[in-house]
Write a protein that binds this ligand. Structure first.
Ligand SMILES: [Zn+2]
Length: 196
């Protein structure tokens, strides 16, 4: 067994992850650090511009470009609108989103589905505010791609035509990790209304 010294690769400060499953966190010096079996490394994290001056934290969100190929969609009921909506949504390359902070799968797929239907774009800021904490990312890139399947299923199952069976595959680029400004909302978080 190799003992990892949990120190920032940039400034050598000790790092104290809040979550055992941590994948990416931000050091006090502002550097994003990824935790891998091979050790710690700096990680390219993109920060999104905030629409308001005051927010509570940065939330990690995987964003990738992709195309969902639906090969078969079987339903109990027939609903032309639902069929058309499904085609409209998946017939084109899309931005796909998967929350990377700790969330139950159900809530994560719900939120991912909401985002994929709204297609928000984020403006990148190069000098992000470091006064707000960055909530640790606990979802790996590989798991983000797997979770995306739940997102697609969730969106399709919510349509008005009682989905029975869905066959599809996802073609996607490597996800990028973004930090999105968020407000505290009860015990959870609410992402800011999106900047266009
Ligand atoms: Zn550091």
């Amino acid at each position: 067994m190799k003992l990892l010294a949990l120190r920032c690769p940039e400034c050598a400060q000790p790092l104290k992850p809040q979550n055992q499953e941590v994948i990416v966190l931000r050091c006090g010096c502002g550097t994003a650090v990824s935790f891998q079996y091979s050790g710690l490394a700096t990680f390219p994290l993109q920060f999104a511009a905030s629409a308001v001056e005051k927010f509570d934290a940065w939330l990690p969100l995987w964003i990738f470009n992709g195309r969902v190929h639906i090969t078969s969609r079987q339903t109990q009921g027939r609903n032309k609108q639902a069929e058309q909506d499904a085609e409209q949504l998946w017939n084109y390359p899309r931005r796909l989103y998967v929350p990377a902070w700790e969330l139950p799968t159900e809530a994560a797929s719900q939120l991912g589905g909401d985002l994929v239907q709204r297609q928000p774009t984020f403006e990148r800021v190069s000098q992000p505010d470091t006064t707000q904490p960055f909530i640790e990312a606990v979802v790996t890139q590989e798991d983000a791609l797997k979770l995306m399947e739940f997102v697609v299923l969730n969106v399709e199952a919510a349509r008005q035509d009682w989905l029975k069976d869905l066959q599809f595959h996802i073609e996607a680029t490597t996800p990028q990790l973004w930090a999105i400004p968020a407000q505290k909302d009860g015990s959870g978080w609410r992402m800011q209304p999106v900047l266009k």
